[in-house]
Design a protein around this ligand. Structure first.
Ligand code: MG
Length: 223
């Protein structure tokens, strides 16, 4: 007998909801050139942890730039095609949409300003009290055995929704989504995440837009 399980969406923000990674967009405009080396050490050489890497990146930028960054992001950041329609779909099916991001509140809330009533945002917070931007953490890993060195434990959030009651859907694009993919029931992947999932033989559904996610999910969720 199949027991009905409530679908629940856990979506990454940078490069998943947005067309481009907003952290990268900010660094390109506001950080000195050494940000590139830090990014490569985090994402490709994996010699700096995600937590330390994001800290080092924002620590390159003066806190006084906060408003300038927000204005710039308002101008250039774009959400991925189909995002509005996908949120409508979730609302009509009473499916909760969580944004899980190791990014920072000040730019995530800027981009998602028009969607505030349709999404629940869980992320870290920018701290502008020092000369350089610092990070206040709310979701550091406590007992995470799969990775444990990031600045936002997506796994521990997902695990609050037990597998026997929820169909846990992960949507992501990058290394930060690899470990949470391992505890999710359905994974939608794009960009680098596809490569990491293939290396570890983790099943996924590729997507380019949220129209793709909606279409696939409608089919997968039919009983
Ligand atoms: Mg991402």
């Amino acid at each position: 007998m199949n027991q009905y399980k409530q679908p629940i969406i856990f979506s990454d923000f940078d490069g998943t909801i947005t067309e481009r990674d907003v952290i990268i967009t900010i660094m390109e405009k506001f950080a000195p050139p050494e940000w590139v080396e830090i990014k490569n050490k985090v994402l490709y050489e994996r010699t700096i942890t995600l937590k330390d890497g994001v800290e080092k990146l924002f620590n390159l930028i003066d806190s006084s730039k906060k408003n300038e960054i927000i204005t710039y992001i308002e101008q250039v950041a774009r959400v991925r095609a189909g995002f509005d329609e996908f949120l409508e779909f979730c609302k009509s099916r009473k499916i909760d949409f969580y944004v899980l991001s190791g990014g920072l509140d000040f730019f995530i809330e800027t981009v998602l300003e028009n969607y505030k009533d349709k999404v629940k945002i869980l992320c870290n917070k920018g701290n502008f009290l020092s000369e350089k931007i610092k990070i206040d953490y709310s979701f550091l890993p406590k007992n995470c055995t799969l990775c444990g060195d990031c600045g936002f434990c997506k796994i521990e959030v997902i695990e609050q929704y037990p597998k026997n009651r929820y169909t846990r859907v992960l949507i992501g694009d990058s290394l930060t989504d690899l470990s949470p993919s391992k505890v999710s029931d359905i994974v939608f992947a794009r960009a680098d995440l596809i490569k990491y999932l293939e290396e570890e033989n983790i099943p996924y559904v590729p997507f380019k837009t949220f129209y793709d996610v909606k279409k696939e999910l409608e089919e997968l969720l039919i009983e």
